[in-house]
Design a protein around this ligand. Structure first.
Ligand SMILES: [Zn+2]
Length: 251
């Protein structure tokens, strides 16, 4: 019998998994798990192991995930055999957090791949500004120039995706006010500068994120139309992007 003090505990949280894999893959993992598709869970000193159900009837894969990083693991499915993170590993990772690290099990409920507006019309408080700026800086660190060898390219794209999701998550806390518009416009300028300075966005991740950030300005304008003229004054004349084609209230 396992004693609880020896139980291996994952170092990641469910939110970490969500930020790393995005909404679509995360939902696939949850669906497998909640359909009873993860069984015979066990562990050694470093990793968790389980049988995870496949898409065909009666098909089960042998899956493992490390307790340190859930994307370090194996699966006998096609993707897993090609060294890629698959939904079976995601399902097992979610399971072990819920089971062995319940304080990390809280899910981010909002979508992570699109702009979400707080909907609160009020001024932002100074301590909120500080906190949000710290989080923006943290997110933008993942959006860095690419200089590595081609074998690390996928890892690099994952870093861009994580940065963009963190950014959208952070901006969704902004109340609807002029100061928040300033913060959003500053983020747009910084993202554009990054694209002009060595960020390899061949997957369009950062470009898509920029559009979502402008979309947030659309949501602000819908919720509080008196901000429209302020946004028009502030929205930058992008060097790469024509922000006005995405901002629907351009005057
Ligand atoms: Zn798999």
């Amino acid at each position: 019998m396992k004693s609880s003090s020896n139980q291996l505990v994952p170092s990641y949280s469910v939110a970490d998994i969500q930020l790393d894999v995005g909404d679509h893959e995360f939902k696939k993992g949850v669906k497998i798990l909640e359909g009873g598709g993860v069984k015979n869970v066990r562990n050694d000193k470093h990793s968790f192991y389980a049988d995870v159900v496949g898409s065909k009837a009666g098909q089960w894969y042998s899956v493992s995930v490390s307790a340190k990083e859930f994307d370090r693991g194996d699966c006998t499915c096609y993707l897993g055999c090609n060294d890629q993170l698959c939904k079976h590993m995601v399902a097992l990772a979610i399971h072990v957090v819920r089971e062995f690290s319940p304080q990390g099990a809280e899910e981010i409920v909002q979508p992570l791949d699109q702009a979400v507006c707080s909907g609160e019309v009020r001024n932002i408080k100074p301590d909120e500004i500080d906190k949000i700026k710290v989080n923006i800086t943290k997110a933008l660190k993942y959006v860095k120039p690419y200089s590595g060898p081609s074998r690390t390219w996928f890892q690099y794209q994952d870093s861009l995706s994580r940065g963009c999701r963190l950014l959208l998550l952070t901006l969704s806390d902004l109340p609807v006010c002029e100061k928040s518009v300033d913060i959003i416009v500053d983020v747009l300028k910084r993202l554009e500068r990054k694209l002009m300075n060595g960020v390899d966005d061949s997957d369009g991740t950062v470009g898509g994120c920029i559009e979502e950030v402008v979309e947030l300005l659309n949501l602000f304008s819908d919720i509080n139309p008196s901000l429209i003229s302020y946004i028009n004054k502030k929205i930058p004349q992008g060097e790469m992007f024509d922000w006005h084609t995405v901002y629907q209230h351009y005057l």
